[in-house]
Design a protein around this ligand. Structure first.
Ligand SMILES: [Zn+2]
Length: 325
């Protein structure tokens, strides 16, 4: 297993705005929802310490109404396993409501606008994870095409690409407008959460989840279900922000990924422990993204971007895990 070492940098928490604008990732706007305290999703612990409090959700959309606007949202860190999480946490029913066409947010339009850029990033991440090398073996072993499930498949661009490469593809997308759009593109996509689809055991050679796990109330249940539906030697590919990366350490509560929609912020270590608890073996971890645009001169950004991957301090990570035979 090749796992980058944690950077060991302290949390610095520099306010991060360029020309007065937040550089946070787009999010559902902060609004009042029912919250409930939960045990840690990784270790079951009930003791937490404050990690940071965010006053900027990352949304570019106004809140539902000024009266509903809470001042902030807060991340805590499990005192035992160090998993960073929003806790008390919005209840699952409230979270599910975020991803339809609610709160003035049109996720389908957002995905369509950014489709080419997002697809390129997903393909680069899969390349880093060794996906395409494994694909060659799967293609020769499965003349009808190996089977892949993309969970949180958005508008289906990656599924279309993989279909074109010979995969038998299916998707899960709880945002109904996006799932409908996928079906218009002749893709088989369910709008139920993964666990409710009751896919038969051992259905897939690969399960993909890009920028998904940090949005889920119960990431442990998600990885257990992925394990169940994967064939022996099947692989799970998870892409998620890296809270041990340089930018998370520098910017703290202003970090681009510290947004209202991210219920969990994983490190390589906490994500590895979560996967191992479900029976997976982590085979490969890659991180990328050294500094966001606008923080310093472009040549400096380029140096940090180049160094992030080999040194493991990148802003986003992809983790490839195998379900042992
Ligand atoms: Zn914990």
């Amino acid at each position: 297993m090749s796992v980058p070492r944690p950077s060991g940098l302290p949390l610095i928490n520099i306010p991060h705005r360029v020309e007065g604008k937040s550089l946070k990732t787009w999010s559902t706007p902060v609004h009042n929802e029912e919250h409930s305290p939960i045990p840690c999703a990784l270790c079951g612990g009930t003791e937490f310490v404050s990690h940071f409090t965010c006053t900027d959700s990352g949304s570019t959309v106004p809140v539902v109404s000024a009266a509903e606007k809470p001042p902030s949202f807060r991340y805590v860190r499990c005192a035992h396993c160090r998993l960073v999480q929003i806790n008390p946490q919005p209840v699952p029913a409230a979270v599910a409501l975020r991803y339809g066409k609610n709160h003035g947010v049109d996720y389908l339009a957002y995905e369509k606008t950014n489709e080419a850029a997002f697809l390129r990033l997903q393909e680069l991440a899969l390349k880093d994870s060794g996906f395409f090398e494994l694909e060659r073996g799967l293609m020769s072993a499965n003349p009808k095409g190996p089977e892949v499930l993309d969970v949180g498949c958005a508008a289906g661009a990656l599924l279309l690409t993989l279909k074109g490469r010979g995969w038998k593809v299916r998707g899960v997308e709880i945002s109904k407008p996006q799932a409908d759009y996928c079906r218009e593109r002749c893709l088989e996509v369910s709008s139920l959460p993964l666990e409710e689809n009751r896919f038969p055991a051992h259905s897939f050679d690969a399960v993909l989840a890009s920028h998904l796990i940090e949005h889920l109330n119960d990431p442990a249940n998600f990885v257990r279900e992925a394990w169940r539906i994967l064939k022996p030697n099947g692989r799970l590919y998870i892409t998620t922000p890296n809270i041990n990366g340089l930018q998370a350490r520098l910017f703290g509560s202003s970090w681009r990924s510290a947004i209202f929609d991210h219920l969990y912020l994983f490190s390589v270590k906490t994500l590895t422990l979560l996967l191992e608890s479900a029976g997976f073996t982590v085979e490969r971890v890659k991180t990328w993204g050294g500094l966001a645009a606008g923080i310093g001169p472009l040549p400096v950004k380029r140096i940090f971007d180049v160094l992030a991957k080999p040194l493991g301090f990148g802003d986003v990570m992809i983790v490839r895990a195998v379900r042992p035979a």
